[in-house]
Ligand binder design. Structure first.
Ligand code: HEC
Length: 170
C-alpha cells in the first residue's frame, strides 16, 4: 500500500516535474504573441476602397502627383508674389484642362468614369475647379492674400477625399 502511494507520488512529481518546463514554453509563446497581435489593428485602413486596375491606379496617382506639384508651385508663387507662376501651375491641375479632347479620350480609354465612385468624381471636380479659380484670379491680378484664401479653403478638398478613400495596389 505504502509502496503504491510512493510510486504514485513519484509519478506525480515526475509529471509535475515535466509540467514547469511545458509551462515555460507556453509562457514564452504567450510573451512573444502580444506585440505581433498588437501591430495588426494599428495598420487597419478603414477608408473606402476604390478598386482600380494597375493602369487606372497609375493614372489617378500620377494626377495626384501633378496636383501636389501644382500646390508646391502655387505656394512658392504666393510667397514670391509671382502671379504668372501661380496661374500656370494652377491651370495644369484645373478642370478645364481635364476636359480637353486628349484628356477625355484618355479617361474614356481607361473607363475611369465607371471605375471611380460618384462622390470621388464630384470631389475631384470641385478641387479641380478650385485650381481654375486660382488660375483665373492670378490672371486677373487679384491680391496674393485673396488667392491664398481660396487656395487654403480649396485644399480642404484634398483632405476630405484622402480621409474618405484609399486605392490599394491591385
Ligand atoms: C477625389 C479624391 C481626391 C482628391 C480631391 C485629392 N486626392 Fe490625392 N489621393 C486620393 C486617393 C484616394 C489617393 C490614394 C491614397 C491611398 O490609397 O492611400 C491619393 C493619393 C495622393 C498622393 C500620393 C500619390 C502617389 O504617388 O502615391 C498625393 C501626393 C496626393 N494624393 C495629393 C493630392 C493633393 C495635393 C490634392 C489636392 C490639391 C489631392 N491629392 C486631392 C484622392 C484624392
Amino acid at each position: 500500500m505504502n509502496s503504491k502511494i510512493i510510486t504514485a507520488v513519484a509519478i506525480l512529481s515526475l509529471v509535475t516535474g515535466c509540467a514547469p518546463s511545458d509551462k515555460s514554453t507556453a509562457t514564452d509563446t504567450v510573451l512573444t504573441l502580444p506585440p505581433v497581435a498588437a501591430s495588426k489593428p494599428v495598420s487597419v485602413d478603414e477608408r473606402l476602397v476604390v478598386n482600380l486596375t494597375d493602369l487606372q491606379r497609375d493614372h489617378v496617382l500620377t494626377q495626384m502627383r501633378t496636383m501636389l506639384d501644382s500646390t508646391q508651385q502655387i505656394v512658392e508663387g504666393l510667397a514670391e508674389g509671382d502671379l504668372k507662376q501661380i496661374e500656370e501651375a494652377a491651370y495644369v491641375s484645373g478642370f478645364k484642362l481635364s476636359q480637353t479632347p486628349e484628356h477625355r479620350a484618355e479617361m474614356g480609354g481607361l473607363q475611369m468614369n465607371k471605375a471611380l465612385p460618384r462622390e470621388f468624381r464630384q470631389m475631384s471636380k470641385t478641387t479641380r475647379m478650385m485650381f481654375d479659380e486660382v488660375a483665373d484670379m492670378a490672371a486677373r491680378g487679384e491680391s496674393v492674400q485673396d488667392i491664398q484664401r481660396v487656395f487654403a479653403d480649396g485644399m480642404h478638398g484634398c483632405n476630405a477625399c484622402h480621409v474618405t478613400f484609399q486605392i490599394p495596389t491591385p
